[in-house]
Ligand binder design. Structure first.
Ligand SMILES: [Zn+2]
Length: 61
């Protein structure tokens, strides 16, 4: 199984896990989990995500 790099781009159907707005950032955790954030929540959680060594992927605005 090799799904690590096969992540689809963020689309308008992807929603922020926190508020339900359109997702602009995907955070991939070292554990393999992933979180979606709107621009607002991406900024809000940026420090925490960095501590977790999450890989942040910017979607299209
Ligand atoms: Zn949000």
């Amino acid at each position: 199984m090799n799904t690590t790099l096969a992540r689809p781009d963020l689309t308008a159907a992807d929603r922020c896990d926190r508020c339900g707005a359109a997702a602009q950032v995907r955070a991939i955790l070292p554990s393999g989990g992933e979180l979606l954030f709107c621009g607002h929540h991406a900024r809000l959680h940026k420090e925490r995500l960095r501590e977790l060594a999450a890989d942040l992927q910017q979607g299209e605005a």
